[in-house]
Design a protein around this ligand. Sequence first.
Ligand code: G6P
Length: 614
Amino acid sequence: MCGIVGYIGKRQAYPVLIGGLHRLEYRGYDSAGVALLSDSDRLNVYKAKGKVSELEAVAEEKDCSGTVGIAHTRWATHGGPSTVNAHPHVSESGNLTLVHNGIIENYAVLRDQLKQRGYHFQSETDTEVLVQLIEYVQTSLGLSLEDAVQAALKRVIGAYAIVVLDRRFPDLLVAARKSSPMVVGIGEAEYFIASDASPIAEYTKQMVYLKDEEVVVCERGRELRVYNLSGENVPVEVKNVELDLTMLDKGGFPHFMLKEIFDQPSVLQDCMRGRVLPEHGRVILSAVTEHRERLCQARRIVIVSCGTSWHAGLIGKQLLEHFCKIPVEVEYASEFRYREPVILPDDVVMAISQSGETADTLAAISLAREAGAFVFGVVNAVGSSIARNTDTGTYIHVGPEIGVASTKAFTGQVCVLTMLALALGEARGTVDAGEYKAVLNELQQIPGKIERILAQNDRIETLSKIFTYAHNFLYLGRGWNYPVALEGALKLKEISYIHAEGYPAAEMKHGPIALIDQEMPVVFIATHHQLHEKIISNMQEVRSRNGRIIAIITEGDEVVKQMVSEYIEVPDTLACLAPLLSVIPLQLLAYHIAVQKGLNVDQPRNLAKSVTVE
Ligand code: G6P
């Protein structure tokens, strides 16, 4: 969590830093701060509790000059959201200032040692220990800033991406990372540092992704230098990174979330481009072509992921088991990594992650690699840590997702998992040729069918007004639509703060039915596929207890229409593709309920887009 930005060069740093923080606000937004070395060589540090806009209000009347600076937007771990806990933190002497993303696990021990040596601490954060430790090492051993950073980080246990500014050296920024992402952009006589490429992309395409335990020295008038913690030079690997900047603004929509919901038809086309080949009647995924033998021989696939990506994994399980006849397990990465899982060398461990930075998922794949499994990534963020730590994988290519509640990444993940199941099923000879062709044809119709659901946006908005009163929601689905029930409930909780539970419809009788009364909206995902009659029986059970039903149904399902007062129709499709359509009205429903309640849809309380802490 947390977003960091640094700039050194010929421009005024403040606009670069503030613009960068806005782009990184998805990583946390409970406080923000900036440190600038002014044109008159003063170190100015401004901080504010709350969002980046609060920081701008604080800095408005102040001296924001300077061509070097660092900035931070925070998601609190150690120490609550407050101005004093906001970064940048400043060292005892006032010479050093630092921003940090990550967690320093041995901070308490280090802090006690530093206190004994006369250091004072202002905040409750683990980060303040870092800036004091670097200063202590620098002064006690007489080291340069870069050597002090290296030496100090050797004593640190935990995760970090840091940028350090020393007011005595206005031509220098030193940064380092371990287990938290960091990118350096190289411009004309200027350097940009950020947690991801989005704050940098408008200035340069030349980027360097730092690896674990690397220290980077950005010095005016000199080439970029990268060292490991032993002080050895590391070759600088510059990548040409293209980011579509139009994806980074709201494109006329009131919120990123709504834009991203409406992006789905076009980004799913991008996801399938060059992979679904109608002229050949085939799906080609380079990962499957290149690692055909290893993937075909998989005895088991273990999917590890978190949040919405875990829900996509549950659909992936059904797809892979159905088309490839390989047993699949779906694990919360956070549980998997801590319970001594049995991982065998002929397992394929599949990490699904939008951000590619989720700490638990990253740790789960490290574990899998150590055990000799083959690791496959289904990731959105190009060049992210998970993408770089897998043996192979398939990007979902849906563009940056900024709204904290994941929408287009979910459908992108399901789309990739469908293509993967088809390609691998074909390679293994386990998929029926007729079914393969039918799914391939229908998959190409999905973007157009999503358009038809989006055309009902106004109707769904009107419907949402009825339900803002509710304190609890139940989402029920079966088979392919069970994970959609979980995802619909998660969307609602995340942004509207209404408690919601997703359940397999038939399990309702084993508990949740006791909750049903006239106050309780029950969302049935009841497209007309397998077990349709059974889900209709479940609806009857809710009706006879006066529950309020909202049904997601296949267009023209007159039976359900007669039974319920509220329904949303989705176009017909194959059962295995139903989630790609039935989730769309649930995204819109959650969105409109949250808007009706006047909530901050893109930045819901307590959440962050990228969870880089355990
Ligand atoms: C956070 C986000 C969710 C996301 C989950 C997993 O909780 O708010 O939207 O599903 O992390 O993130 P990942 O980037 O690994 O998919």
